[in-house]
Design a protein around this ligand. Sequence first.
Ligand code: F6P
Length: 456
Amino acid sequence: MVIVSNRGPVSYRRNADGSLVARRGGGGGLVSGLAPLVAGTDTVWIASALSDEDREAATQGVVEADGFRVRLVAHEPSVLRMAYDVVGNSVLWFVHHGLFELARRPRYDRAFREAWAAFARYNQHFADAVVETAPPDAIVLVQDYHLSLLAPLVTTRRPDLSLVHFAHTPFAGPELLNVLPDPYRRELLEGLAANEACGFHTDRWRKRFVASCAEFGVAAPRTFVASLAPDGEDLARVKAAPACQEWCRSFEERFDGRQLIVRVDRIELSKNILRGFWAYEELLERWPEHRGRVCFMASIYPSREGLPEYLAYRQEVEYLVERINARFATPGWQPVVLETSDDFPRSVALLSRYDVLLVNPVSDGMNLVAKEGPQVNDRDGVLVLSTETGAWEELAEVAFGVHPCDVSATAEVLAEALALSAEERRRRAARLVEVAASRTPVDWLQGQLGAVASRG
Ligand code: F6P
């Protein structure tokens, strides 16, 4: 088995003595889902070199790094920037999550044509690495939209390999995909169709892919659904460790018997962080009895800061939080607490302490936080979940659903969740844990391998 993804399990830093050292890096469901399955095995993980240190390490070929067998692919920095920032993050991510406001963007001009050529080149670099590295007859698990063009570039040279593509995002149905003109759209769909199978977190995204193939005249490959789930044992280990326990104690002190609304996210446009705070503001306006009795703590960490949209979004979030605090804070009560550094033990501690977990993305392939929270929570917390997440398909029965754009309805659902009786909270939480823990990362991996095994 070979894994291919843009972000890999490790990144390199330089030690004081000048040597390179590999560190495990987080950042999104893809790595956190795959890493525990692959660590300590002889599976080779092929990923982009994302920094100068990574690029230097890439010259060593396949290396053992912090428990992984890694081969880093060194793109020219300009190729990586255009493929990752311009095509991947600014267009494909927006298309699949339906994030475009069409008055100004996207703009397919000469710069975009150049970026698309870089995207093809980036995929070609990965193809070369797969062709050189994969053992005979290997199964190659290709992860996410960055590698949409990979399959045809590999299969023509290595017909012995079985390629399975897995999408961690939602997939754009015909109307959304129409924002991408031919020939980009065709190249994208044909690229995906050249895989032996394409997998999705939910049937909803799978159907959209099949519909887009049909609409734009591309023969769809075999498709399958395999939802990702967090590693419950790993979460339990993190929770029991001193770093997390220390945070738990500090939260007990800090929130001192108050009810707590929590969110844990990358600072990411699709996560709908602004509407979450607007809903909280409306809650405090319409139900003043919650003032002083509830806090909202958000652990949101920077992401894709090379993109102006993400920087502007972060600023808007910070400004909104300041405004809410300035408007409502009283001595001894800060309505919103914002943490913007990436600290996984702190996030786990926060998840253990919530009364209400707010997960309200505009659109999300799965959303692992919605499944992680219930597995570590100690307070029979309630999950408020966007109906536009993949997780909703599995958790609808036990979560409170919200339409991501409906700020008033979100405020009402938050109020309802905060007011739930202890007995109802217990009943829901028990079932929530059951459902959230019913699948493991191994099931997800089996789904991808099974897609190859089931070929006719
Ligand atoms: O989960 C979707 C995804 O794009 C993954 O591919 C990625 O690891 C994660 O989000 C975080 O994004 P990025 O790697 O761009 O920081």
